[in-house]
Structures are given as structure tokens and as C-alpha cells.
Design a protein around this ligand. Structure first.
Ligand code: SAH
Length: 629
């Protein structure tokens, strides 16, 4: 299952027959090996014996696994792993599942090792409860040591434990963010402990910890006892020019040197930018490959449009633009992410941090300028999960859909649905709700974030591919000349309204049926009428979606008239409102009387066929063609 990829390789360990039975199906969906002692029988080829003691076996496989899952007493697990633990930056995630399979405990490496997240994913899969004891999780706050992970930020130096403790004890923590996305700030709970920026004169703020989010390298004074940490968002674009044949070595040392001089963190470098005629410059290419930096190249004409501080007539004569390094850095920083089109008004002063610097050695020379982009480069490949969340209750969501919701960096949907799935969310997640009429904007936003590098779950009620968001997202991708790969798409089906409604009244959909939406906002009413007539003529059991809204009152009346031409007025009709939600109502009526009841946008109307009957308050459509009643 792709959702677990980030945690592979993973080792699962059971020491009793009961634990083996419990974990075996999980291992199959996780595609991991289940280790059992030599004294237990092997279930199939996915189980594997370990020889000797579990302690020695663990030591042997410790380094090669990113996560370990035990079904064993927590005490035993603690004794087993304690000699192997080194530090929280590199230790694997440790998960313990209780023998009843009801609880999934994140035991160790909850944040950086991902154990908290993995425990939640497994709990979703097993329909169990995740036990997460980290303080930030319970406060619904993002963990500070994983804060920038989804945005591709690099972790800098600092007292991470000290800052985490200050947050956990809800002391004031100052955040100075000079670059990178502020989306995380918009998603904090109301009583968060962060203070943003610098206090005004006279304002009495005494922070107990400080977080810098910046491309500038801060030097933390030894004497200060205030715990501080630094995240580096990758916002720096290095504009490069060089004499043909300049070596990778000089380019590397020149960039290091310039960054050092200007107190910029090399960790904050997003990538390189230059003129297109340098696209084959070996030194630049090797350097970018080594560092895994993207290389942006622009034509002389494009670079010429940028007003730079240090234009050169000589360069202009040679390559057709008065600036390579400065212009490429500025243009790259403003346009590397071009989903929304090129920026027209570039603020050179705001963007350019380091003007042209020339570094020479022998016959080699490199020119460097550095600009800061507003949006950071994530270095990640984005994904879109198109998720159907079923009719409403958490129990009616598939485990796969739950996992996708829990896994995503961002959740996008209509606020009513987002409220229903709140228990599945993680504090780190960015949640964006858009009004019901803004479906297209929702799709565009999802695509924009995914192209940027985030994983985005787009939530629809019911099934995402039935009058849902999935189609809109794919249409929008097509409009954007999507290459079919990036961002990648995965669709998670859900129980659609007609199934949910049917389940509440019996088996009305037992034979051929169809769904028709009465909403004529995106479809001409004539077309809908034609389909209603065809369905009625064809004796299809018919589910009517979007039957009536405040502004669309007459469509349901016309639909009834059409059906009455082909079906008896006693034909059973079910009106199911808010199926599987708190305010659910179910009404069994008939075609003649259906309009005497409430029908609105939260209702699904099921009209039986000529054979549908009711019995003891159940609506039943016969299964067979030959059945004569
Ligand atoms: N993608 C959704 C449908 C969205 S269209 C799905 O597959 O179910 C919206 C319409 O679906 C509503 O007007 C209503 O007719 C129906 N609907 C959605 N959820 C419902 C629920 N819980 N109970 C009854 N009808 C529902």
C-alpha cells in the first residue's frame, strides 16, 4: 500500500500464535515481513523465522529498518530496544499493538521517526485507537521538530527539546519567520502559545523559547539560556554565470563563501538559475546533480527584462543580456513556481539579497547573485488523493480513505464534510475549507499545492467520482496540460448516497437502476428531462440526487409528473435525508404522495420500479427478471 511507503522498510514481530494471527493480515497489506520465533509454525511465505533470541535478531535487523511493530508487552519492548536506541534524529519508529488489536501505541520516535503518524495510520487500518503521548499532539499543536517537513524545510541547529518543552508547557514561544510558507500559522488552534514577530515598544512579552524560520544563519549566543531552534526554508535561488569550463569545485566553494559572507544558510538554497546557453556547462551540471538542486535556465531575452543593480555592457555584447547572475537569480526566485503564471511586477530590492559577486581562480571565474523567493522550494513530488468519505459517519469510510485523509499534508473540502472527519486529522495538517459553490477553485487550489510538492486530500461526501470533486480535479489537470505523472493521483472510493439511502430502507436497488441529478446549474434542464423520461420509460429504479434547493423548487415536481406517466402512483418511494448523519430521517412513501414530505439538498430520493414493493417497512425490489407478483 503506497500510503505506508514512507515507513518502509518495516519489521513486524510476533512471539505468540495469537499475535501472529492478529498481525498477519496487517503485514499483508503493509507488504512487510512478519518475524516469528522458530518455535512457531510459518503461516505462509510472508512470515519468516528468526533464529536465536529476539534480542540478537533485533540487533541484526535494526539498522536496515525505519519502523518496528511489536505485539508484545510494552515493558518487554522497552528492554529489547533500549540498548539499540541512539538519538531521536535517527532512531526508527517503534509501535506496539496490544493483544486485542484495539490499541496502537506510538512508543518511541514519535515525531522525527514518524511513530505518531504511523500509529495513526495502523490504527485506522485496524479500526483501533492510536495512543499518542507526546504533549504537542494532545494540545493539537504541530510538533516543532517536524514543523517544516511538508514544506521541505531543512532543520538547523538548536535546542529542540528545550523548545518542545516550552510549547508543551504552553509558555510563550516567539516565532520569527522571515521566509517560507505561513500556512502552518493559519492552522493553529486558538489558544496556541506562539507569539509572532517582535514585541512593540511597551509590550510586555517574555518568550520562554524562540523559533527562527529564515534563510539567514543565526548565531545563538552561548550565554543565553533561552532555548532556540532554527528551520531553513529553501527560498534562496543562486544566479550563476561562469567562464566556460569553470570547475564544479570552484562553483561549490564560491557559493559556500558567498553564503558565509552574507550569513546565509546553504541549507536554505532552493536551486540554481542561469542563462540557457549555460545549460550544458559541465561544472554547473555536476554541482547541481551532487546537491540535487534544480537548474533553471532562461533566454537572454527573458533575462534582459529584469532591471538589475549591476548591468554590464560587456556581458550584453557577449550574450545579449546585461546581466546573467543577478537577472537569473531574480527571475528564478519570482518565477520558479509558475502555476499561476509569470509575475509581472518584480520587486528587485525585496528579492535580491546578494548582488553580483565575482570569484576567480587561475583561468576560472564564477559570478554569483542570490535572490529570495516568496514561496519555498519543497523538493517533494506532490500527490492528490481524491477521497470519498461516504455519507457521513466515520464508520462508513473505507480504511483506505481514512488513511489517505490522515496521511495528507493538506485536506481540502467543504466545511460540513471537514467537520465530520475532524477525528481523523493530525495537528500538523493544513485544512482548507471552501464554500460549496467554489468547487472549481477547490480543485485549482489542490492542484497548485500538489504541484508545489504537498500531498493533498480532496474530500467529497459519498463517492468522490459520483457528482464529486474527482472529476473536477482531473478536468482541471487536463486544462493544465498535466503529464499524467506529476502530481500523481490516487482515487479512494466511498459509499455513495444512493447506496447509503438504499441501505436505510432495504433493497430498493436490487435490480437495474440509475442516478440522475436534478441540479441544472451545470447541465441544461432539457437534458435532465430527457434522462428522467428515459429512466421512467426503461423501468429503472431511479435515485435522484440534488432533488431540491432553495432556488430550485420546481424540478422535483416535473420529475414526479414524468414518472407518473410511466409508473403507478403507489410505486414505493424512499426519501432519505442525511443518511448516516446525526439528523438522519427516513420516509417511505409513494410516487403520488412524495411531494407532501420535506425534500431538500440533503435528501436522496429513491423511486422504485414497477415491481418494487414494501413489506414491514422495508422497500424491496425483486432480484429476478421472471418473478411475477
Ligand atoms: N458525491 C456524493 C454526491 C454529491 S451530490 C455521493 O456520492 O454521495 C449531493 C447530493 O447527494 C445531495 O443533494 C443529496 O441528494 C445526496 N446526498 C449526499 N449525502 C447524502 C446523505 N448523507 N444522505 C442523503 N443524501 C445525500
Amino acid at each position: 500500500m503506497t500510503l505506508f511507503d514512507a515507513f518502509q522498510p518495516m519489521a513486524v514481530i510476533a512471539t505468540t500464535p495469537h499475535a501472529t494471527q492478529l498481525l498477519h493480515p496487517l503485514c499483508q497489506s503493509l507488504k512487510t515481513t512478519l518475524y516469528v520465533p522458530a518455535t512457531l509454525p510459518l503461516i505462509d511465505t510472508t512470515t519468516c523465522h528468526y533464529q536465536g533470541s529476539l534480542k540478537t535478531h533485533l540487533a541484526k535487523i535494526w539498522a536496515e529498518n525505519r519502523a518496528f511493530l511489536f505485539c508484545l508487552a510494552t515493558g518487554a519492548v522497552i528492554r529489547l530496544i533500549s540498548p539499540l536506541l541512539k538519538d531521536k534524529a535517527s532512531d526508527p519508529a517503534i509501535i506496539v499493538i496490544d493483544p486485542t488489536g484495539q490499541f496502537v501505541i506510538s512508543l518511541c520516535s514519535g515525531h522525527q521517526g514518524g511513530a505518531d503518524h504511523l500509529a495513526q495510520l495502523i490504527a485506522n487500518q485496524l479500526n483501533a485507537t492510536a495512543i499518542i503521548t507526546g504533549a504537542s499532539h494532545h494540545l493539537n499543536l504541530p510538533a516543532i521538530d517536524t514543523l517544516g517537513q511538508s514544506f521541505g524545510w531543512r532543520k538547523g541547529p538548536g535546542d529542540w527539546t528545550g523548545v518542545s518543552q516550552a510549547i508543551a508547557s504552553q509558555k510563550t514561544v516567539q516565532v520569527i519567520q522571515e521566509g517560507g510558507s505561513r500556512l502552518w500559522q493559519e492552522n493553529l488552534p486558538q489558544n496556541h502559545p506562539f507569539y509572532f514577530g517582535f514585541p512593540e515598544i511597551g509590550e510586555n512579552i517574555q518568550p520562554k523559547a524562540r523559533i527562527w524560520i529564515s534563510a539567514t544563519k543565526r548565531r545563538f549566543a552561548q550565554a543565553s539560556t533561552l532555548p532556540k531552534v532554527q528551520w531553513y526554508p529553501r527560498v534562496l535561488w543562486v544566479g550563476l554565470g561562469c567562464i566556460r569550463g569553470t570547475s564544479q569545485g570552484l562553483i561549490a566553494s564560491a557559493i559556500e563563501e558567498v553564503c558565509q559572507t552574507y550569513h546565509l544558510a546553504t541549507e536554505a538554497i532552493a536551486g540554481m538559475a542561469t542563462i540557457d546557453i549555460k545549460a550544458d556547462e559541465v561544472g554547473i551540471l555536476q554541482y547541481c546533480q551532487d546537491k540535487q538542486y534544480p537548474l533553471l535556465t532562461y533566454s537572454a531575452d527573458v533575462l534582459n527584462t529584469i532591471k538589475v543593480p549591476n548591468p554590464s555592457e560587456v556581458v550584453k555584447q557577449e550574450v545579449g543580456t546585461a546581466s546573467v547572475a543577478e537577472a537569473a537569480a531574480i527571475y528564478g526566485a519570482n518565477n520558479w513556481f509558475d502555476y499561476l503564471g509569470n509575475r509581472k511586477n518584480i520587486d528587485v530590492k525585496k528579492t535580491l539579497l546578494v548582488t553580483k559577486q565575482v570569484i576567480k581562480s587561475d583561468k576560472e571565474a564564477v559570478t554569483i547573485a542570490i535572490a529570495q523567493s516568496e514561496l519555498e522550494y519543497t523538493g517533494r513530488e506532490g500527490k492528490i488523493y481524491l477521497v470519498g468519505m461516504g455519507p457521513g459517519s466515520l464508520e462508513q469510510i473505507t480504511p483506505a480513505a481514512k488513511m489517505a485523509i490522515n496521511k495528507a499534508d493538506v485536506i481540502i473540502g467543504y466545511s460540513l464534510y471537514l467537520d465530520l472527519i475532524k477525528p481523523l486529522q493530525r495537528p500538523e495538517q493544513i485544512v482548507e475549507s471552501l464554500p460549496i459553490t467554489k468547487e472549481k477553485e477547490r480543485a485549482q487550489r489542490a492542484i497548485e499545492l500538489a504541484i508545489w510538492g504537498l500531498s493533498v486530500a480532496v474530500i467529497s461526501s459519498g463517492d468522490c467520482g459520483i457528482y464529486g470533486m474527482a472529476g473536477l480535479v482531473l478536468e482541471e489537470l487536463k486544462n493544465n496540460q498535466w503529464d499524467g505523472n506529476y502530481p500523481s493521483i490516487e482515487v479512494f472510493p466511498g459509499i455513495t448516497a444512493l447506496q447509503a439511502a438504499a441501505a436505510r430502507v432495504g433493497t430498493p436497488l436490487m435490480h437495474d437502476f440509475c442516478a440522475i441529478s436534478l441540479s441544472d446549474l451545470l447541465t441544461p434542464w432539457d437534458v435532465i428531462k430527457k434522462r428522467l423520461t428515459a429512466a421512467a420509460m426503461g423501468d429503472f429504479v431511479t435515485a435522484l440526487y440534488n432533488p431540491r434547493s432553495q432556488t430550485r423548487q420546481t424540478q422535483i415536481i416535473e420529475a414526479q409528473t414524468i414518472f407518473l406517466q410511466y409508473r403507478d402512483e403507489n410505486t414505493p418511494v424512499a426519501l432519505v435525508r442525511c443518511a448516516y448523519r446525526q439528523d438522519e430521517t427516513v420516509i417511505l412513501t409513494n410516487l403520488g404522495e412524495m411531494l407532501t414530505h420535506t425534500i431538500d439538498m440533503l435528501t436522496t430520493v429513491l423511486i422504485g420500479n414497477n415491481s418494487t414493493f414494501t413489506y414491514q417497512n422495508w422497500m424491496i425490489t425483486p432480484r429476478g427478471y421472471n418473478q411475477v407478483r
